[in-house]
Design a binder for this molecule. Structure first.
Ligand SMILES: [Zn+2]
Ligand SMILES: [Zn+2]
Length: 228
């Protein structure tokens, strides 16, 4: 998590999900507005053997162990933890999956974890996922998830998680157990798709509203009576 935070661009305004800019010269860094030489080639290779191939300067790339990556893929491999060694866990080169889940989990953590803790019952304890998990739908497509499990001395009772499905890497779902209770495209992705930008203060308040929106559904889901 500390690493993801250090990868925030200076303004802290962008997740690394869209760091791979449109095709540019291989001689310079691919970060918009950066003219430094692109000495670093991203080392990410997805589960299908497809390499990332983007090039970055030292400041716009990130090291994870002995490898260097673009920011999206640095976040991806950090988010997956030990699972990053398993090709079946790796999203396709152009897919935000693990990176977006990890980003929202980290940046929205204060609001979301407070919501998870708001309605605990006597004897319940929260276990937080330390890494992004990968699972498969019954149809076989993948999804990346990170969240909270609530247990008591009889075992695990409930679960809430952030999820991104393989079929749509801009859509973030909030799941309670196996049920999707909220879905939304994060405001910074919507804005970038439209080619818009926003002043830092507007961006920050949109983000806080998005996390508050998710936190509201977490609170509501966990306040429901549940069956044992
Ligand atoms: Zn650069
Ligand atoms: Zn990359």
């Amino acid at each position: 998590m500390a690493l993801a935070e250090t990868m925030l661009p200076s303004g802290g305004a962008q997740d690394p999900g869209d760091a791979a800019a449109p095709s540019r010269s291989t001689a310079t860094c691919w970060e918009g507005g950066c003219s430094a030489p692109g000495f670093v080639r991203c080392d990410y290779v997805d589960g299908e053997g497809q390499p990332c191939r983007t090039r970055w300067c030292a400041g716009h790339s990130a090291a994870v162990g002995e490898r260097r990556y673009c920011r999206r893929h640095a976040t991806t491999v950090v988010a997956l933890g030990a699972k990053a060694g398993d090709p079946r866990a790796l999203p396709a080169v152009g897919h935000r999956g693990a990176s977006l889940v990890s980003w929202v989990f980290t940046e929205g953590h204060a609001a979301l974890s407070a919501a998870v803790g708001a309605n605990l019952r006597a004897g319940e304890v929260v276990f937080e996922d330390r890494a992004v998990n990968v699972s498969r739908t019954p149809e076989g497509s993948r999804r990346w998830e990170q969240g909270w499990r609530i247990g008591d001395r009889t075992g695990l009772v409930r679960k809430v998680a952030l999820r991104v499905d393989e079929c749509d890497d801009a859509m973030l779902s909030l799941v309670h157990g196996d049920r999707v209770v909220a879905r939304g495209v994060p405001p910074w992705i919507t804005r970038r798709r439209r080619g818009e930008s926003a002043p830092g203060a507007t961006d920050a308040s949109d983000r806080q509203r998005f996390y508050a929106f998710l936190a509201g559904f977490v609170r509501e889901a966990l306040s429901e009576p549940h069956e044992r």
